[in-house]
Design a protein around this ligand. Sequence first.
Ligand code: NAP
Length: 293
Amino acid sequence: MASSSPTKIAVIGSGLMGSALARAFAAAGHDVAVWNRTPSKAKAVGGGTRAMEDLREAVSGRELVVVSLSNYAACSELFSLEGVASALAGTTLVQLTSGSPADAREALEWAKANGVDYLDAAILAYPSFVATDAAMVFYAGSRSVFDRHLETLQAIAKNSIYVDEKIGSAATLDCAILEAYYGSSLAFLHAAAMCEAEGIDPKAFFSHKASFLGLLSVTVDAAQDMIERNDFSGDQCSLNTHVAAIEHIVRLSKDARMSARFPKELLDNYKRAISAGLGSKELPAVFRTLKQD
Ligand code: NAP
């Protein structure tokens, strides 16, 4: 849908994500300049965007500069090139490169020192989700800067969520969701491999997806409640009993001569909670020992 008032935007980085972001802004009617280290990729973005060869020219006079690079170090490298910081002064920089909260804090310091408004953002989407209802972006930083640009930013995700003024908050939430995603993914892939090692078609396991996802969902709710109350007692299943179940998974993996690293790591974490005296508590009690190194 065309924007009522087009914004001058520069998108730095024409990788998979940067290209999708640039095309979405252009499709919403904004004036979009794109720049990429490898110029041919910027030229290939298309969709009504304009490829620029010079980074300083690409960001000069832009209201919004959106960055999507592999990491924050690449961004610092670019912004330390001669004349780039002064070309960025007065703009709003939206950092959509994934990073840690510490990266975000450093970037804010740099922005403050160079007269640049700064929003740190994290996108929860594949490039094909951009501009659809499936895309979600978290933002951290000044509320007024976010509100000023919200309408424009909604071109990439209607679900544009302001998290907090704490500049690391979007990256923290992103890391938390990604950890839950990667951890659960490794768990179900190991589970499928266990089935195959024991001569069971992984399809049999996948067909029960509703049962393990349902269990996970119930445990997430219970964990939230117990963490809030700081009380992990209950009458469902003790950590001692859970540990016995994990020991079976380790045993199966070893007997089947497949990798037992993942279940061993699980066992180690759950046992640590038992050593801390939490054996009679419910599963979410592990939260207490995870907070300590
Ligand atoms: P990508 O396709 O590999 O693109 C990486 C971009 O970074 C390219 O434009 C690359 O330029 C540039 N770059 C890397 N090092 C550089 C340097 N030292 N100096 C200048 N430019 C440099 O990666 P992507 O998938 O678009 O990801 C971009 C960001 O989006 C990442 O932070 C990623 O975590 C985040 N993200 C991606 C997804 C996804 O599904 N793809 C989802 C959520 C978040 P060249 O073309 O010159 O190499």
